[in-house]
Design a protein. Sequence first.
Length: 406
Amino acid sequence: MNSAAAMQKVPSHSATDSVFDYKEAVRSILPRIAATTDESDKLRRLSDDAANALRESGLARMITPKQFGGYEMSPSAHIWACAEIGKVCSAASWVLMVCVAHDYIIGRFPEECQREVYEGDADNLVAGSLAPAGTLTRVDGGWRLTGRWQFGSGSDHSPWFIVGARRADPGPDDYLIHHVMVPRADVEIVDTWHTLGMRGTGSKDLVVTDAFIPDHRQVPTQPTFLGLSPHAKAPTYRLSVYSGLPAMLSGSVLGMAEGGLKAFIDATAKRVSPYGVVKAANQSMQKRVAESSAEIAAARRLLTEMCDRFDTLMKIDQAPMSAADRIQMRWDSAYVVELCRRAIDRLYAASGAHGLYEGNPVYRAFRDISTACHHAVIDFDTVSGMMGQFKLTGDLGENPRAAPFA
């Protein structure tokens, strides 16, 4: 089956008053997802069967508005799902993470836009790139959009795209940055995805040339990302975007690290050097496993605490989140990722010559986590600077007309 066929509509799941059993949905597809990992790596995009599994399971609609068949769940459910899937397949976890994170934003768009994106296919995977790499020009009845965006994870399976853009000629009171929805027909996908890691995500470039954007397909970024959109009809969409996105990303990375740790322990427990040395009896190897296990366990506890905070904030339902809550969530997310990176770096350094080969699960965890760490929302140097600035000055230095930093 080709990627176009994978985008055909799947049977709808009814969103009832009962809670969607997302944990059972994850468990039901883990073997199927695990079987696609190598194929996705070789294709340099998510395999069609993996994409179909995510859609058919109902996981793709965890944060989709209930009005269109979704579940409007807390980010905590999505974070847990991505962490579990990340243990068996980085690519599937990442694409689910990114696309459902976009639902987290689309639920803040006007209802007319949501209807276009979801009606008849609430299980779709919506790709895009949130960086404001495009230019948006005001015209009669809407806007004109031109730009090129990198890192469109899951783009081969997406019928719609969400992208960021700057206004060409903003007035003194206009918001500088907007996010817009673009149908697939207006997007050229350019295959630039030749990378160290995360190969199966298909995070290709997206090109749009002078596409018309009706008013209902754009929102000003700053109030929307803070949870202040007038179109947000549920607590999920009144949370901070820049708190939710890094937390979701850190869930995927945690899963990759937990999978890598298990693979390292399984391999090392039976590993014997050509000279008859039992690696499991080596004290330095034992120390590496102990320290990396502790870091990954600490990351799991921190992420669990973050999920609890999201659930509490959902109940409180007061937008916007405070600057202190927003930066704390982003910092904790970056620290979860950093703990995972350190843990897997330490293990990979001791994985021996067999760790050099494609298909080795420790090598895959190492290169995928190393690549994921380059994402801007959890860049450790950037976020640690923001956190330090806030601790020392109480200020994030945000521009009220641009996107919030946290």
